[in-house]
Structures are given as C-alpha cells and as structure tokens.
Design a protein around this ligand. Structure first.
Ligand code: MV4
Length: 449
C-alpha cells in the first residue's frame, strides 16, 4: 500500500480523499493556491505545499508545479479528485513516468474515452447499446443529411472532442441541418481545436441515468447500481439519487451488465461511470467518465462501499475488496448540492464569509464539506460549498429526511441553493419520480420572502 499521497485538488473532494487516506494509514500532502491557504484540506492534511496564485492560469492545473510538489514532499501516489487534472491523459502518463502512482485509469483509457466518437465505436463493438446515428465522424453536410434521413429527425450533432453538454447542436428538420452543421463545426474547431462531428437521433425526453463501475488491475470489474441525475440545470447537476425511480431490477441488471461490458472492453481499472440516456425501458451509452464523480456518495450510502478506498486499493495493485455477488442495494439515497449561488437571481455565484454555520446531523445524514465558521468563500473556484446526502429505507423517507436536514442547515450570510432544494423536494412531479432531463427547464423557483 502507499505511504504518502498528494491530493491534487481542493475543497470538499480534497477532504474526502484525505479522510480515506487517514483510515488506510496513508500520509497526506495537500497542495493549495494562495487563495486557499486557510482551507480545511490544508489544515487536515499531514503536510501542505503552496503551488502559487489562483486563476486564470490556475495553480491546480499547473502540472509542473504539482509534479514539483510531489518531488519535494516525497509522495509515492497522487489522487486527482474530479475536475482539474482528473481526466488529463498526458498528466496521468507523466505521473507514471515520474514513478508516481496516479489514482485513476491509465492515460490510454482516459484518451480513449475522451474522444467521444472513438468511445462510442468502442462501446458499439463491445455490444453496449448506443444511440442510432453515424458510425464515426461525418465527412461533410451531405453525409450528415443522409444519416439524418436514415435515423429520422430531430437529430443532434456532437463534437467528438466535446462532452458534458459542450459542443452540441440540434436540427429539427432538413431545413435546419446545414446551419446546425456549420455552427457545430466552427464551435468545435474554436472550442476544442478539433472540428470532428458525429450525428445521433435526438432523444426528446430521456432521463440521465449513470452506472458506477469499479475495476482493478487483475481484470475484475463490478457495477454498483445506478444514479439518476436528471435534475440538472444547464448541464449542472443539482440533485442526484440512487436508485433511480425509473429503474427496476430487470432494467438495473441489463444496465449493470452493459456497464461492466463497457468497462471490461477497455480493461478499465479504478472508479468510473458509464452515462446512459434512458428512454422508456431502452438505454443508450452516452459517455464514460474516467474519474470519481461529485455524486459518488449516493452510491456509497446504498451499497456501503467506500469508492475512494477501492480506487486507492486498485491503484496500489490490490484486488477489489468486494465481488459482484456481494453488492446489495439497500434503501434510498439523495444528494443535494449546496452551492454558493442565489437561486432567486438565476443562480448567480455569491462569494463572502461564512458568519454562522450549523451543519445538519442525526440519523442517515452525511455532510461532505470543506467550509467552517469564518471561512471565506473565494471567488476563483466553482461554487460547491457542501454536499448534503441522506439515506433512508425508501424514497419517500429519504425525501422527508432531506427536508428535515435542510431545515437544520444554517449558513449565514451567504445565498445558497438550500431554499431551491426545499421547494423542489415538495414538488408533486419530483415526488412522483416521473420526470426527465428537461424538468427544471419548465420549473420556476419562487423565493419565499
Ligand atoms: C443527447 C441528448 C438527446 N439525444 N443525445 C448532454 C450532455 C452530453 N453528455 C450529451 N447530452 C445529451 N445528449 C441525444 N442523442 C440530450 C443530451 C442532454 C442532456 C443529457 C443528460 C443530462 C442533461 C442533458 C441536458 C441537455 C441535453
């Protein structure tokens, strides 16, 4: 097992990794920008290294200063968390070339899933259902038109170098296609330096359901059930839950087996997520995320598996500590993302000091957060303050528990997404479980006072 791990991230996920290391007896090294000197992960880690000033040339993205910090601290391993360097294939390779274990997949796996058309072709070959459309990249708009006629309108054009909702254009019919193609192509070139596009039938009202997988270096791959992430706004997830209200045992078994086949086909090691679009009872591969995700705790609560520890074990060459037959989903879990944003003002980011803080507790409540009383929320980074996660016997009880926990939660004087969540959890459609990725588009938050 590792002796000393450097955590190349900040905020709640840095803290989450430090906690796993503590329990495994691994020393921790935090790296931080000058904006994060007073941060909780810096206080909690055994040692810390300052890696310079915050954005726009972000210190947490500076591979050279991070590798220097590895060198001076004597770390034998590095956990990238999510965002920043987590899906940087060159960085993963560089770590290994420097003799540092990267707690994640190989550069080759990251690269293979980072190019979306390649990833889709790999999945199709592995027998994973994919959305009908072009096989590979489009040569020109004429080919796009032929493919669109074949699958039927509406269609979506996606940048192969995009992902996560970036670089997409929809064409409702043949008259829109040329404009959509030209716009998508120039946006792809300008945004990613890669003009490659592929085409799919556009699914109008799907759900976003993703399956957590774990692999080790001995060829073992398991799945840990699904998360429903349909509650999102402009590609920002706000609430996630496991299990999905739309997935029963038969469907979970099919999706789980597809996810395992997907991961096995690339000899995947570490934690990963297979994202699907679910349309009725049909599901289709969308993307694979080769990192730990923000919403991983809902899976941890329904399975009892510590995903960060499994990731670390796998990177150290150990076998996964559980087999597929041992995975049992118990109860229901919901995560609310508490962001420093004002839901009454179009979710505008809101920085400032945390003057008063009361964190919720009691049965079935988990808070993953780096904030404390007196903490200054910096303006430089994303607005996630805290993840509030609950676990209960069933979905109704989890909703009640979350409402109770949100009532206990006090953060003064910041504007946060807490009142938004309170309203959402009382909505009839949300409670029915019958919603899709467009639910929040037509749902209006109304401030309480
Ligand atoms: C789609 C789609 C409908 N049909 N593909 C958005 C993120 C990126 N991973 C792919 N995305 C979508 N691809 C087809 N063929 C709808 C979306 C989509 C979406 C997917 C999941 C969660 C939220 C979404 C919001 C808008 C569009």
């Amino acid at each position: 097992m590792f002796k000393r791990m450097l955590i190349a991230n900040r905020g709640e996920i840095a803290l989450r990794v430090i906690r796993a290391c503590r329990e495994l007896g691994i020393e921790t090294v935090a790296v931080h920008s000058t904006a994060d000197t007073e941060s909780m992960p810096v206080r909690m880690a055994d040692r810390s290294v300052c890696i310079g000033p915050p954005p726009s040339k972000d210190s947490y993205l500076n591979t050279r200063s991070i590798l220097s910090a590895v060198e001076v601290s004597g770390a034998d391993s590095l956990h990238p968390g999510y965002g920043f360097l987590a899906e940087n294939a060159e960085f993963a390779d560089m770590c290994r070339e420097h003799g540092v274990a990267f707690v994640g997949p190989t550069g080759e796996m990251i690269r293979g899933m980072g190019d979306k058309a390649t990833a889709k072709a790999t999945m199709r070959a592995a027998g994973v259902p994919v959305i009908p459309g072009s096989e590979g990249l489009l040569e020109d708009v004429e080919e796009a038109a032929r493919q669109a006629e074949k699958v039927g309108y509406p269609v979506i054009l996606k940048a192969t170098a995009g992902g996560g909702g970036r670089g997409m254009r929809i064409a409702q019919g043949p008259d829109d296609l040329k404009k959509a193609f030209d716009t998508a192509r120039s946006e792809a070139q300008a945004g990613f330096g890669n003009p490659g596009l592929y085409l799919e039938k556009f699914l109008v009202k799907p759900r976003h359901v993703e399956v957590q997988v774990l692999g080790d270096q001995h060829g073992n791959v398991i799945h840990l059930g699904e998360r429903d992430c349909s509650i999102q706004r402009r590609h920002q997830k706000l609430l996630e839950e496991s299990p999905s209200p739309a997935v029963d045992e038969e469907l979970r078994d099919r999706m789980g087996r597809a996810a395992v086949a997907a991961a096995q086909s690339v000899h995947y090691q570490s934690a990963g997520t297979i994202e699907f679009l679910l349309d009725g009872r049909e599901f289709y591969f969308m993307e694979m995320n080769t990192r730990i995700q923000v919403e991983h705790p809902v899976t941890e609560l329904v399975t009892g598996v510590d995903l960060i520890k499994e990731m670390i074990r796998s990177a150290a060459g150990e076998k996964l500590s559980i087999r597929q037959e041992q995975i049992r989903l118990k109860g229901h879990s919901i995560e609310c993302r508490i962001n420093a944003e004002d839901p009454a003002r179009n979710f505008m980011p809101f920085a400032g000091p945390v003057r008063a803080l009361n964190l919720p507790g009691g049965p079935g409540v988990r808070v993953d957060s780096h904030i404390y009383q007196g903490y200054e929320v910096p303006t430089h980074y994303d607005s996630l303050l805290s993840k509030l996660i609950v676990h209960a016997a069933n979905r109704e009880a989890a909703i009640q528990r979350m409402l109770r926990a949100l009532d206990e939660y006090v953060i003064d004087d910041l504007r946060t997404t807490i009142p938004f969540h309170r309203q959402l959890l009382q909505d009839e459609t949300f409670r029915s479980g019958d919603f899709d990725i467009r639910f929040l588009e037509n749902w209006q938050y109304t401030p309480e006072d």
